[in-house]
Design a protein around this ligand. Structure first.
Ligand code: PMT
Length: 404
């Protein structure tokens, strides 16, 4: 099992607007989220941006015409229309909006738009006079009434050197609208989810540090799941070996104290805080300014305790705020998890057994149980981090609704 968006199929329709170049960024962000993107370029779109760019980004052959050789063999428009989970038309010109509104099927994109029953999201881009023209507005209203979705356009300086509505929304904003449609879940829409992820590095000297083996995979999976359900996501992350989704607000830190400062700052307007980071409990009392030299004698490092980030934010907790922690343990997992949930005043804790060779730090899976503050626990066993993220987010939604 994967997050609610990975491996879903998006048909990305690109039409003839100067904003077509931004569709490359959009495609890239979707691919990065694990989504399969089929690029479809109208003839006019190809005047602005080449199919090759989309093919390189998506790893899929771009559809460029109804009657191009090979385009009706392995990729057949009715099958694609049925298979897709979302049609995203970005940029959407006045022309494609008009054709979709009136059921005109005269090229590959308009034909599949007519054939699909998947959600359709348009990101309009056009000159202000065209956008505000009663014909375009009536077409948009017609499409909205039939259940199509729109994001934007924004107001700004347009390619025609005027300022007004017509500028295509930025890719991040388009994704915010697209992901809940893709996952079919909107249960975190309007919620702000703050996630800590990765390791912390505590400097010993300018070249050495105390660290741990966290890769950030668990935090990344949580971020993707929350984005897929419509949340505004902030990830405060320490050193990690994964790329975090660009659609999240990303705050990079190195040490536990930096992470604490960033989390306290971001927690003020968060509805949900999830601590998936492996935060160093201790740091060297004094980091040396110069590289420490070998002396031939044993070296003793004096360590001092770091602030407990989750305990700090839970002391300042706003009413209704949900706080979730992780407990990485090598033994007595449940006992330790239960004492941590109480000590840090958490709503949930994900107890996980680390140190084995098939789950834990750096791997794709965990051995986990979810424990709530009443002591109820669900032993999940060996589970993929993506699937665990989905289970955690289900519990979070229940807590936000007050039903757990
Ligand atoms: O990143 P991956 O490779 O995917 O691995 C995932 C993981 C194993 C790191 C993750 O699932 C996990 O268990 N994270 C918490 C690891 C940890 O530090 O556990 P802990 O028992 O020491 O801390 C308990 C909780 O308090 C954690 O939520 C931790 O983020 C938080 N904490 C800890 C210390 C501290 N100073 N401040 C904190 O907020």
């Amino acid at each position: 099992m994967k997050t609610s968006i990975s491996n879903k199929e998006v048909v990305l329709g690109v039409t003839g607007s100067i904003a077509a170049y931004k569709a490359c960024d959009l495609a890239s962000r979707l691919v990065e989220l694990g989504v399969n993107v089929l690029p479809v370029l109208t003839r006019a779109a190809q005047e602005f941006v080449g199919a090759v760019s989309f093919e390189a980004i998506t790893g899929r052959r771009a559809i460029t015409g109804m009657f191009e050789p090979l385009q009706n063999t392995d990729v057949e428009h009715i099958a694609v229309a049925q298979r897709a989970h979302l049609f995203l038309v970005a940029p959407a010109t006045a022309n494609i909006i008009a054709r979709a509104a009136h059921g005109v099927a005269d090229d590959w994109l308009s034909t599949t738009l007519l054939a699909t029953r998947a959600p359709i999201l348009f990101a309009p881009a056009m000159n202000t006079a065209m956008y505000t023209h009663p014909a375009t507005q009536a077409n948009i209203e017609l499409l909205r009434a039939r259940g199509c979705h729109f994001v934007g356009p924004g107001v700004g300086r347009l390619a025609c050197r005027t300022v007004g509505p017509g500028r295509m929304s930025e890719p991040a904003e388009i994704l915010d609208a697209a992901l809940p449609l893709l996952s079919g879940r909107t249960d975190l829409a309007g919620k702000r989810v703050l996630i800590t992820s990765g390791a912390t590095h505590e400097p010993i000297d300018p070249v050495r540090f105390l660290g741990n083996r966290s890769s950030g995979k668990m935090g990344r999976a949580l971020a993707l799941e929350a984005l897929g359900r419509g949340a505004h996501v902030t990830v405060v992350y320490g050193p990690s070996s994964v790329d975090y989704p660009l659609n999240a607000e990303l705050v990079e830190v190195e040490t536990a104290r930096q992470m604490a400062d960033a989390v306290v700052e971001c927690s003020r307007n968060a509805d949900v805080i999830i601590g998936a980071a492996a935060v160093a409990d201790y740091r060297p009392e004094q980091a040396s300014q110069d590289k420490r030299k070998k002396t031939g004698s044993p070296l003793t490092l004096a360590l001092t305790e770091n602030p407990d980030i989750l305990a700090t934010v839970s002391r300042e907790r706003r009413p209704g705020q949900v706080i979730v922690g992780f407990a990485a343990e090598t033994r007595d997992v449940m006992e330790n998890a239960k004492s941590k949930i109480a000590a840090k005043n958490l709503d949930l804790i994900v107890a996980n057994l680390v140190g084995g060779d098939d789950a834990g730090f750096g791997m794709d899976a965990l051995r986990a149980a979810i424990v709530d503050k009443r002591g109820n626990s669900a032993d999940i066993g060996h589970i993929d981090k993506d699937a665990l993220a989905e289970r955690i987010m289900d519990q979070v939604v229940g807590l936000l609704r007050g039903s757990l």
